[in-house]
Write a protein that binds this ligand. Structure first.
Ligand code: CTP
Length: 395
């Protein structure tokens, strides 16, 4: 994902420095060329050899032994960087950069760099909340530096409060968001539904389906990484909330319909990847469910067809649905395309290996009014990009 990209990591003196070994390793696994610059203080917390072993590049430390070409190195790394992340960023380095001070390898390279710069502050709560530190952060943000808000929690100094560096997985998300994809969906508002809706039978039981939400989440995440303004309307899905998008949680088909209706007018595309529970108890509102000791008798009725309703509101929006079939994939999906007034349907056969609910891959056929494209088995992330490529041509 990061092949051909150069990531420069600036590591300051903080106990959180050890977590950057993990970040460097994750970046290397995504094929990035990773360079690490440490402040002298950082070497008290982690050894430069750790980074050299993980990245295969010399780890630059500001020492007086002059065993590297300081003047060349700070400019060449500054130029090579596609993104520069300072993590953990100490109050000292934040203050120096905010004041235009460049007196060591890290701050000199930062000053010379034109790459996007991201700081992940990590420090004791008292330091973080200090007005001078806050003022420096404010100033950095006003000059378009990105500053990641620290987490709250149990800090190394045994205080509980704000100042914890976010996990390396989160830092990686920021790097991916900044450099992994061209922002070809910038300015577009994309609405994605995902997960499995639930219909209550009583306060304890409900009707739902096996959808994991993985396909819809992959689409929402991919669209956000491509710069779209994404709203993810999520029914039951046991997945981490992606960053860089707005997520709205819903439960039933009726909730999802209302939520989509509220957002639909202002969007450019709707991708309905949610698996809507097709049935709900008919009489639940009237408490007419009959319970005997051995059985529960419920009358079921269809839930509202969300897409069919939304189609009546359609102006210039591109609407893409999904269909899950066990037979006659293309024929049945084409019928749904017409019946629900869709622009595209991503059809998958539940009986096909590599397709379906819980797996990380999918095998889909993209069907429009005048085209049928069968895609080979690929990861849900790759499928997401294929769907977005087609949508991009039409919005
Ligand atoms: N869908 C919807 N509202 C429903 C049911 C489905 O908006 N009440 C959407 C799904 O999110 C999907 C598309 O319609 O994008 C097709 O869903 P699918 O379950 O394949 O079709 P159904 O219309 O439910 O028909 P059936 O289950 O009988 O095949």
């Amino acid at each position: 994902m990061l092949k051909g990209k150069t990531v420069v990591l600036g590591v300051c003196g903080s106990i959180a420095a050890y977590k950057i070994a993990n970040l460097a390793s994750m970046l290397v696994k995504l094929n990035a060329d990773v360079h690490v610059i440490m402040t002298q203080n950082a070497t008290n917390f982690i050894n430069p050899i750790t980074f050299e072993t993980l990245t295969n590049n010399k780890c630059i430390v500001d020492t007086f032994d002059r065993n590297f070409e300081f003047s060349v190195m700070h400019v060449s790394l500054a130029k090579a960087a596609d993104v520069f992340m300072v993590a953990p960023a100490s109050a000292n380095v934040l203050g120096k950069v905010a004041s235009g001070i460049a007196d060591d390898m890290l701050t000199t390279t930062l000053m010379a760099s034109r790459a996007p710069i991201i700081f992940a502050p990590a420090m004791n709560t008292g330091m973080y909340e200090n007005k001078i530190v806050q003022d420096n952060i404010h100033k950095l943000k006003s000059f378009s530096y990105e500053v990641i808000e620290p987490d709250s929690g149990f800090l190394a100094c045994k205080d509980i409060g704000k100042g914890k560096m976010p996990d390396p997985e989160i830092l990686l998300e920021y790097i991916i968001q900044t450099i992994a994809y061209e922002k070809d969906l910038k300015g577009k508002k994309i609405l994605v539904s995902a997960g499995a809706t639930k219909e209550a039978i009583d306060p304890v039981r409900y009707i739902t389906n096996h959808s994991s939400g993985k396909m819809g989440y992959a689409i929402a995440c991919a669209a956000a990484r491509r710069g779209a303004n994404v709203t993810l309307i999520s029914a039951k899905a046991n997945l981490k909330t992606p960053l860089f998008l707005k997520k709205i949680d819903v439960v039933s088909a009726a909730d999802m319909k209302e939520c989509i209706q509220n957002e639909f007018d202002s969007c450019d595309a709707l991708i309905m990847a949610a698996a809507v529970a097709d049935y709900k108890p008919k009489d639940v509102a009237d408490h007419k469910i009959k319970k005997s000791e051995d059985d529960l008798s419920i009358k079921l009725c269809r839930t509202d067809d969300i897409l069919a309703t939304i189609a009546t509101q359609k102006k210039s929006q591109f609407v893409c649905g999904f269909s899950m079939e066990t037979e006659n994939l293309v024929e049945n999906s084409k019928k749904k395309l017409v019946k629900k007034n869709l622009d595209m349907i991503a059809a998958n056969n539940l009986n096909q290996e590599g397709a379906g609910f819980e797996v990380d891959t999918n095998v889909i056929t993209l069907i429009t009014k005048d085209d049928i494209t069968r895609l080979p088995i690929m990861s849900k992330e790759e499928v997401a990009h294929k769907i977005l490529d087609r949508i991009k041509e039409n919005i």
